[in-house]
Write a protein that binds this ligand. Structure first.
Ligand code: HEC
Ligand code: HEC
Length: 452
């Protein structure tokens, strides 16, 4: 009798302990497990290594260009220039004059991409709700518009970009050390000889490529001259109102565009309820079983220092969409190899950052996927879709993952909402000094944007 009672008591106690453990699994200890996993994965040895800086803590923004330290006035100036259609003065045909800006292809509400599979600035009209309503102006031939053969990269968390573009072409340092022989083969890339960081070099060239003009007459007429004076007092006046200074201001602004209010970021900073259970499970998979963090492992979840891999996705011209100025001959299809000309780099693309993917709508460099579920299913299947990419180039880290459908759901939930900062509008200006309708200023966009 006594023995039976003892067994009974032991069973009850064991049951109680087990149920506690179970509770802990779905509650507190899950946070601990995730923290432990992140400690293992983080390059700093602590989960805190994934915390993004605060946007106004300028000294903590990594990877600044010593020639262009971030200041408040540069950020304010860059924020307006990026959205200012008044700079759009190298338009091909008259009706397009002053109607497009950098932000035509980099909209805050679309994760700073175009809202469509391909961005078009000069040569297009319209905006729709958020970029999807933009279309080629019929007076332009297809190859006359400003458009590139890749889906735009988000200008989000770019303080973790040392070499800009999918191919990493711009920037004198980082992964471009040792590639000097190819810089002089392209007049645009020659800027790398100036010893600039990727954002500074990229932006100066982007202002040319995207048909924009900056000079004293332009800054006078739009109202920016005083801001340039305040931002660049050390630069002699004859060099102060140029594409280069504008590029510097925009780079300073970019470094402050950080998704530091995303639930995962809030969780890292101690708000354990900022992520729901499914997002936490997704994070466990991302940094664990699914192997995503083998490549996406910086605070922005790009690879930093940059790395390039072939996942065998389709190029933009293979997407089935009507696209301009790209095709089989486009060097952009070759990724890093199109820049270095090295066999081993062919078809390899930069590991991109992963915040605010939800609103982008078109994924991978060729916009071949239209939802994050399709992206995760592509990684889970581990089968390249593009027959033109030789199997020898495909990363061995890209292989079937055998995730269950429940695990796929969790991973998608983590990407879609855990990594989503809901307030990117805080990085858009209230106005641009010209008073223009922005980011687009053609009559159809004006209507779509509610400007008139
Ligand atoms: C016509 C559309 C379009 C316009 C206008 C445009 N961009 Fe882009 N942007 C792109 C595309 C497409 C890419 C990716 C191209 C590639 O990597 O080959 C890109 C990439 C970038 C990147 C690289 C980000 C990274 O992570 O490497 C930066 C920085 C950038 N753009 C800044 C600018 C600035 C500054 C302007 C205005 C001067 C501008 N963009 C105007 C389409 C555009
Ligand atoms: C072998 C390295 C590697 C691994 C592992 C990897 N990625 Fe990526 N990821 C990349 C590269 C490179 C790209 C860009 C490929 C391209 O567009 O050609 C990319 C693109 C993406 C994109 C699209 C980004 C955009 O701007 O369109 C998402 C989303 C993504 N990865 C999520 C994941 C998830 C989730 C996992 C884990 C299941 C994962 N990645 C595993 C290297 C990797």
């Amino acid at each position: 009798m006594k023995r039976a009672f003892t067994i009974f008591a032991v069973l009850i106690i064991a049951g109680y302990i087990l149920s506690c453990q179970h509770e802990e699994l779905s509650g507190l200890s899950f946070d601990d497990d995730l923290e432990e996993l992140l400690n293992l994965k983080s390059s700093t040895g602590s989960y805190k290594g994934y915390i993004l800086p605060e946007s106004n803590d300028y000294v903590s923004l990594p990877n600044q260009d010593p020639k262009n330290p971030v200041t408040g006035i540069k950020v304010e100036l860059g924020k307006m220039l990026f959205f200012e259609p008044g700079l759009g003065l190298e338009n091909k045909y008259a009706p397009s004059k002053g109607t497009y800006s950098c932000a035509s292809c980099h909209l805050p509400e679309r994760g700073f991409t175009a809202g469509r599979f391909q961005g078009i600035a000069d040569g297009a009209m319209g905006f729709g709700d958020s970029g999807e309503g933009r279309f080629k102006n019929p007076i332009y031939l297809g190859d006359e518009v400003d458009a590139q053969g890749a889906r735009p990269l988000p200008v989000i968390n770019t303080t973790f970009v040392s070499n800009a573009l999918w191919a990493g072409s711009f920037g004198s340092f980082g992964v471009n050390v040792g590639t000097e022989n190819v810089w002089r083969q392209d007049t645009l890339i020659e800027i790398n000889f100036k010893g600039l960081q990727g954002l500074e070099a990229n932006n100066a060239r982007a202002l040319i490529v995207h048909r924009q003009v900056v000079n004293k007459a332009v800054t006078d007429s739009l109202g920016y001259t005083e801001m340039f004076d305040e931002a660049f007092p050390e630069i002699p006046v004859e060099k102060r109102y140029t594409r280069e200074t504008a590029a510097f201001a925009i780079a300073a602004y970019f470094r402050t565009i950080l998704t530091n209010r995303a639930p995962f970021q809030r969780w890292l900073k101690g708000e354990k309820n900022a992520m729901n259970q499914q997002q936490k499970e997704g994070a466990m998979l991302f940094f664990g079983k699914a192997g995503c963090a083998n490549c996406h492992n910086s605070p922005s979840l790009n690879a930093f220092p940059h790395r390039f891999f072939a996942l065998g996705v389709n190029n933009l011209y293979q997407s089935g969409f009507t696209v301009f100025r790209t095709g089989t001959e486009d060097l952009r299809n070759l990724g890093r190899g199109g820049f270095t000309k090295q066999e081993e780099d062919m078809h390899k693309f930069k590991v991109p950052q992963l915040y605010n993917m939800k609103n982008i709508g078109f994924y991978f460099h060729g916009a071949s996927k239209q939802s994050l579920r399709e992206v995760v299913e592509y990684f889970n299947a581990g089968v390249p879709e593009n027959p033109d990419v030789p199997a020898s180039q495909i990363s061995p880290l890209f292989h079937p993952l055998n995730l269950t459908s429940r695990e796929v759901d969790a991973l998608v939930e983590f990407l879609e909402h855990g990594l989503y900062d809901p307030d990117m509008k805080r990085y858009a200006p209230q106005q641009v000094l010209s008073g223009n309708c922005f980011p687009n200023n053609d009559p159809i966009s004006q209507k779509d944007l509610g400007c008139n």
